[in-house]
Ligand binder design. Structure first.
Ligand code: APR
Length: 223
């Protein structure tokens, strides 16, 4: 059985990484266009680099939670593709081997001149950190207004799976939020979120609870 798992910030909330739109979300204190847009980076690169340095440092101190681990274990019995809006590496650290990052990766940076020049990067990134061709490096993150290069690949996956598990996303940011439209008519959809943004129907089963308890319940149903 083929499964696509669409995850958002909520799947990492119990690992200690703040979500974006919950009350104490990440954007508080930061205008999102100031720290997550090309204009913001041009206007004030230090503020943007510092915002991602804080998030990168925090990521190195947290661990995957039960939801990440159960989804990784699901690969033993099913063909699983994780399609995440998250930029953390917690799915990979939990053992998932097939992860599509729609919005980039916090532990990678790329050349501001050649977007295909991508480097692994675990320490702070500052002005003056250049690529091999002497261009400033930037976070390998999809900022607001930028293209989502993996969206077609992700849509192709969703169009072929038998079940879709959606975990911890407010379904407010497109094109990621639109992926579920590509599901086959007979594909069943499972939605895990304490404040679900879609409602139960014949083809949608909603678990109004946290990822760490809801995801194991969905996986148990699929086994
Ligand atoms: N378990 C499961 N879901 C949770 C938990 C939890 N413990 N805690 C919060 N949630 C849910 C919230 O109810 C909400 O529906 O996670 C969702 C978080 O929504 P957002 O903060 O909007 O995060 P997300 O949907 O991933 O945002 C999408 O927006 O800011 C951009 O690029 C950024 O990738 C991000 C995108």
């Amino acid at each position: 059985m083929k499964i696509a798992v669409l995850t958002g910030a909520g799947v990492s909330a119990e690992s200690g990484i703040k979500t974006f739109r919950d009350s104490d979300g990440l954007w508080e204190g930061h205008d999102v266009m100031e720290v997550a847009s090309p204009e913001g980076f041009k206007r004030n690169p230090e503020v943007v680099l510092d915002f991602y340095n804080q998030r990168r440092r925090q990521l190195l101190t947290v661990q995957p939670n039960a939801a990440h681990r159960v989804l990784a274990a699901l690969e033993k019995t099913h063909e699983v593709t994780i399609i995440t809006q998250n930029v953390d590496d917690l799915h990979e650290r939990a053992g998932s081997t097939n992860v599509i990052h729609l919005h980039g990766e916090l532990l990678k940076v790329r050349s501001t001149f050649d977007e295909d020049l991508v480097l692994d990067w675990k320490e702070d990134l500052n002005l003056g950190d250049f690529c091999e061709n002497n261009h400033q490096l930037r976070p390998h993150i999809v900022w607001f207004g930028e293209m989502v290069p993996m969206i077609e690949v992700a849509a192709d996956v969703v169009a072929q799976v038998d079940s879709i598990i959606i975990v911890g996303t407010s379904m407010q940011v497109y094109p990621a939020a639109g992926l579920v439209q590509y599901a086959k008519p007979d594909a069943h959809i499972y939605f895990v979120d304490p404040k679900p943004s879609i409602s139960e129907s014949k083809r949608i089963t909603v678990f109004t609870e946290k990822a760490s308890t809801g995801v194991p319940k969905v996986v148990a149903l699929l086994k």
